[in-house]
Design a protein around this ligand. Structure first.
Ligand code: GLA
Ligand code: CA
Length: 779
């Protein structure tokens, strides 16, 4: 007994010792600089997200950041990965954020925590849990009582993990962020104050709390007692970014809390990159001016499973890879950008030698091509749900996956049009024959149907992608939202049917459901009949590959349709033939010697059910039906006989500009004709554009689409839609050699009264491509 006690005591003192030995410290915003333990301190933070890195690799990735000369790790907390079901919290394994922070500390790094509740981050619903949407009228990121109640519970749970790890208590955490870029969402100081108070209550009043926003909008919600930091990307004009802050708080330390090293990728668009030299120069400039930063991302990693989010306006789901063109690539290795950055950072390392670049934890392996020979059709979850109107996933208590909606059709003797709002990818069948799809990414809302006989069966398979993570559209219900309507004309009369009496079969997209589909004993009841007999090759495919040696690999899925992949029970992420991502990163720590299992869920069906592992990722191969350009000459409006609503010249330089029309104009098309550039060169570029209504307020850009652009640089994703994507760092740009004038035509979605526009040139020094002479038409 005594022996056991001594042993337990010993064990405890061993495991507690390292933490107890940590000295308590202080961190605060001082005059002109942050102060760490009373001395000026420049934060050099590396952003990485622990759920985007397998736990076995955490230590390596932190050491990689350290080798860049960073002194801090900056993390987000994704609420929805910790509370996947209301009230059920998970901080174990890959979710063990406290362990991650302690590991950072063990490596001599400080930690900045950004616990939301909303975080954006190209993550499903910006980190908010989907089940909040079960309260249909919930006001997200506002003082909705239910929202605030859940926020408080969540933040307290995180606090149980982290509140003991603040610098004041001897831990690594030096700062905590309040909300995230609230200025891009709204203006609501009482709400932001409530989040501040909640966090202050948890972490104590000594811990530094900060807000991050854009230089163009941080004043809207800036609270007097919080540190203000700015977010901007590679290439931005840094003095311009801090000008306003400098005027308001001349003595405050400056920090770029998100300096974007690259950018995220969306399905159907080119892989994004940012120039290494521009990134390094920007950081060099900041360090030379004593400006702190967090490099977002230093290591992006992977949005495994169904965790990738989507952007808006429009619906632009993000790919699985979160490589971000960051200096440490998706699989943890140093890129050329890494070495260029490291060389620059060495100048600011107090004359000390830079920490060594650690060895990769695993080799990279290839896997010869193999076939997935087993097939199982889709089976539903537990039960069929009957209802008069189609229900959303949230109403059916389904977080992620698909739903199969079935109803009987009325007699429609001629061709008709089916209309619905399907979130996000719907395939329509009549009597099990495929009719077509409605793809939200392409803004599709309708489909032509052949003549229908009374009583024919209509089935709609709706697959959800990630919920929108940016802007007001984060309230993103999945499945069929609203009515399904058939319209046609019979004998000159318009006829419409709203389809009623549906049966719905929810199918969740987890490994359990996938594996169970191959189990013939699992479906003894009426549901035993698979949903797949009508759906051709849509379903689950299972196969195996043998490994003699374990390592990281990139499984190639370019012969597959669209869906999800599971390897040895781990959800690896989404696949979609359109690209640009064609391979999935499979970490070696999740593979084993001998037999490994893979299941592919394909909602479209593969051309060939084969997979192989390559030693490099394929992140930039598009397989599109048609290009993303908007240069169909038939869409170009004839402006020859029109009078412009405004003509004139913009000023040079960065920052927003406004044009008030002499007379209000009415129309659906907003046409910007660029006649010359400030720099005298041939290129035009616009980062953001707003139309102002009769009262001079910004019109909603949710319904906007690009009607026509006579020139677009598609390679860098500088297409017309970038002027209303809510991102100040992305822009429309014409391609080389396309002479003036340049025309960009935006469809406002419906006729509007427009009294003026607001225009933002590129954020880079000198605002490259900024427009000088313009003509604006509303048509
Ligand atoms: C903003 C958000 C981040 C991320 C980046 C883009 O700055 O705060 O979470 O979404 O944009 O990658
Ligand atoms: Ca933009």
């Amino acid at each position: 007994m005594k022996k056991l006690l001594t042993f337990l005591l010993l064990l405890c003192s061993f495991s507690c010792l390292p933490m107890m030995a940590q000295k308590k410290g202080t961190f605060e915003a001082g005059k002109g600089s942050f102060m760490l333990n009373g001395k000026p301190f420049i934060v050099k933070a590396a952003e990485m997200h622990y759920p985007r890195i397998p736990r076995a690799y955490w230590d390596h990735r932190i050491k990689m950041a350290k080798a860049l000369g960073m002194n801090t790790i900056c993390i987000y907390i994704f609420w929805n990965i910790h509370e996947q079901r209301e009230g059920q919290f998970d901080f174990s394994d890959n979710n063990d954020v406290a362990a991650f922070c302690k590991l950072a500390q063990k490596n001599g790094m400080y930690v900045i925590v950004r616990p939301g509740p909303y975080v954006c981050a190209e993550w499903e619903m910006g980190g908010l849990p989907w089940w909040l949407l079960k309260k249909k009228d919930i006001r997200l990121r506002e003082q909705d009582p239910y929202f605030m109640e859940r926020v408080k519970i969540f933040e307290e749970k995180v606090g149980e993990q982290l509140a003991g790890l603040t610098i004041q208590k001897g831990g690594p955490i030096i700062m905590v962020q309040v909300e995230n870029e609230y200025g891009s969402y709204g203006e609501d100081k009482p709400y932001v104050s409530a989040i501040r108070d909640c966090l202050r209550g948890i972490y104590g009043k000594e811990l530094a709390l900060f807000q991050c926003d854009w230089s163009s909008n941080f004043e809207k919600n800036g609270l007097d007692d919080l540190v203000w930091t700015m977010n901007f990307g590679t290439g931005a004009n840094i003095d311009q970014q801090f000008r306003r802050l400098g005027q308001l708080r001349p003595d405050a330390p400056k920090m770029c809390s998100e300096f974007w090293s690259g950018w995220f990728d969306k399905w159907g668009a080119r892989h994004e990159t940012r120039d290494a030299k521009d990134m390094v120069d920007g950081m060099d400039e900041m360090l030379s001016k004593g400006i702190s930063f967090s490099l977002y991302m230093t290591h992006g990693g992977t949005s495994f499973g169904h965790w990738a989010g989507a952007n808006s306006p429009g619906f632009a789901p993000d790919v699985t890879s979160y490589d971000y063109d960051a200096p440490i690539n998706e699989y943890g290795l140093a890129t050329p950008k890494f070495y260029q950055l490291r060389e620059m950072m060495a100048k600011y390392n107090d004359g000390k030698k830079m920490p060594a670049v650690p060895k990769a934890p695993m080799p990279i392996i290839t896997v010869p091509k193999f076939e997935l020979k087993e097939f199982a059709p889709f089976h539903g979850n537990q039960h069929l749900i009957p209802a008069v109107n189609p229900m959303t996933f949230e109403e059916m208590d389904l977080g992620w996956g698909m739903t199969y909606y079935v109803t009987k059709l009325p007699e429609v003797p001629v061709q008709s049009v089916l209309t619905m709002d399907a979130h996000d990818y719907a395939q329509v069948f009549i009597d099990d024959v495929y009719i077509g799809k409605i793809d939200r990414v392409k803004n599709e809302k309708s489909l032509t149907l052949p003549a229908i006989k009374k009583g024919q069966k209509m089935s709609i398979l709706v697959e959800a992608m990630g919920r929108i993570n940016f802007g007001r559209a984060i309230k993103d219900f999945k499945g069929i939202v609203g009515d399904v309507v058939i319209n046609t004309e019979i004998d000159g009369n318009e006829v419409a049917w709203t389809l009623k009496r549906w049966t719905m079969t929810p199918i969740s997209d987890d490994y359990y459901r996938a594996a169970r589909s191959f189990d013939s004993d699992a479906y003894p009841n009426s549901l035993g009949k698979p949903l797949g007999d009508h759906m051709g090759k849509r379903g689950y495919y299972r196969g195996y590959f043998n490994l003699k040696k374990v390592g990281d690999t990139f499984l190639n899925f370019e012969t597959w349709g669209k869906g999800q992949v599971y390897v040895n029970g781990h959800a690896m992420g989404r696949i979609w033939s359109i690209g640009p991502q064609q391979t999935l990163y499979v970490p070696g720590c999740w593979l084993k010697k001998g037999k490994n299992e893979i299941i592919v869920l394909d909602v479209v069906g593969p051309k060939e059910a084969v997979v192989w592992g390559q030693d490099k990722p394929e992140l930039d191969k598009l397989q599109l039906e048609k290009s993303n350009k908007h240069n169909n000459i038939g869409d170009k409006p004839d402006l020859n006989s029109d009078t412009p609503a405004a003509t004139g010249a913009f000023s040079a330089g960065n920052g927003w500009q406004k044009v008030n029309f002499a007379k209000q104009a009415k129309g659906r098309l907003l046409c910007i004709e660029c006649l010359s550039a400030q720099d005298g060169k041939e290129m035009s570029a616009i980062a953001e554009l707003y139309a102002l209504d009769a009262q001079g307020k910004r019109l909603s850009r949710e319904p906007w689409t690009t009607k026509y652009a006579d020139s677009e640089n598609e390679n860098g994703n500088h297409t017309g839609d970038k002027v209303y994507d809510l991102q100040e760092s992305t822009y429309w740009q014409t391609s080389k050699g396309a002479g003036f004038p340049h025309l960009l035509v935006i469809d406002l979605g419906s006729e509007q009264t427009v009294s003026g526009i607001e225009y933002l040139p590129r954020a880079e020094q000198g605002a490259p491509g900024s427009v000088k002479n313009y003509r604006i038409y509303v048509k």
